[in-house]
Design a binder for this molecule. Structure first.
Ligand code: B12
Ligand code: SF4
Ligand code: SF4
Length: 278
């Protein structure tokens, strides 16, 4: 890539970043939207990075590769949309169950992702490129409790953050937020995975607050039991049936298809939720 092209590609990255940031800012103002979001972070991951190509072995043979979503995939745009400290405080202080606003914000964010991703694809097409979204991203296997499109792993490959012992992908802005991705055929220099370790426990053995805040014991310093975690998420889903039912309808679990699978106590009361210095 020559200098002129690399400058144009940097400008393109900035344009895409701004498109996402501005979209979220405007979406927040829409009538009926109760969620407030912070400034999104955007990364550009290499669709053919060895880490991405290893996901079928690391996660499962049914995990999709970017080329199965878009045949000439080159870059996966991964973005992180943070919630606010106020929302984190409300959920952290609510007791064992998730706060209603946490459940509502989960649903509103997932709904926004669908619309924002289509907007982004239109934006890319306007520039002469292609974009596509994995259908697997909005569902997960109800027995194994894993998805065939791991947003966190694409976020990691795009340099957005590192995995904490709370299992979240922690960014420089924190981990109290949600991830989405769009696969593209953009011809640009990809971002690389972050080298700095952001989880305090992994960095120097301190903290461990997420483990202490987990009401079920699903999270320990060395392990995460997704089934125990899901039990509490399902208890919350039985209460929060009016905000939406992300992932459930697509999973085809008719008997259990309503409600918001949330909890988030390992995220909302943690120092890595927003980092004090930001
Ligand atoms: C299935 C699912 C669940 C299930 C199962 C839990 C699980 N698998 O993590 C249930 C319903 C229980 C659940 C619960 C929650 N979830 Co959930 N869930 C998903 C979903 C749909 C798929 C996750 C998945 O299957 N990943 C593949 C598996 C194998 O990977 P993994 O579980 O992430 O495990 C890997 C990491 O731990 C990683 N890892 C650990 N250390 C290291 C170090 C290195 C160097 C590397 C490379 C990797 C690595 O390796 C593991 C194996 O590969 C994603 C959305 C998506 N499509 O990606 C959201 C998602 C993971 N959930 C999310 C959230 C926020 C939650 C909850 C807080 C609920 C809530 N919103 O209130 C809890 C948190 C539980 C926890 N501590 O992990 C967010 C995480 C955001 C973030 N900041 O990271 C996601 C990404 C949704 C989103 N769009 O943002 N979830
Ligand atoms: S709360 Fe502390 S130990 Fe847990 S993930 Fe965050 S930084 Fe790591
Ligand atoms: S979401 Fe709740 S139950 Fe699951 S690990 Fe986090 S704190 Fe524990």
């Amino acid at each position: 890539m020559d200098l002129k092209n690399s400058m144009e590609m940097n400008e393109m990255k900035e344009a895409i970043r701004n498109e996402i940031i501005e979209f979220v800012k405007k979406y927040e103002e829409k009538p009926g939207i109760n969620t407030k979001w912070g400034t999104p972070l955007v990364g550009f991951g290499d669709a053919r990075h060895p880490f991405i190509l290893s996901l079928k072995e690391v996660i499962s043979s049914s995990h999709q590769l970017p080329s199965e979503v878009l045949p000439d995939a080159s870059i996966v745009i991964a973005y992180y949309v943070p919630f606010t400290r106020e929302l984190a405080k409300v959920n952290a202080e609510y007791g064992r169950m998730a706060a209603p606003l946490w459940a509502e914000s989960y649903e509103e964010t997932n709904a926004m992702f669908g619309i924002l991703n289509q907007h982004l694809i239109g934006f890319l097409e306007g520039l002469g490129f292609k974009g596509a979204v994995s259908k697997e991203a909005s569902t997960f296997n109800q027995e194994k409790l894993i998805s065939n499109w791991s947003q966190r792993h694409f976020g990691y490959a795009a340099g957005l953050g590192t995995f904490g012992i709370n299992n979240m992908l922690i960014t420089k802005s924190g981990c109290c937020g949600r991830y989405s991705t769009v696969v593209t055929n953009l011809p640009m220099e990809p971002d690389q995975p972050m080298e700095e370790e952001l989880c305090l426990y992994k960095k120097n053995g301190s903290c461990g607050i997420c483990v202490r805040n987990c009401p079920t014991g699903a999270l320990t310093i060395s392990d995460f039991n997704r089934y125990t975690c899901y039990e509490l998420c399902q208890e919350n889903a039985a209460i929060y049936t009016n905000f939406g039912s992300s992932y459930r309808e697509e999973a085809g679990d008719a008997a259990n298809s309503v409600g918001s699978d949330v909890c988030g106590k390992c995220v909302t009361g943690s120092p890595c939720a927003f980092w004090k210095w930001r």
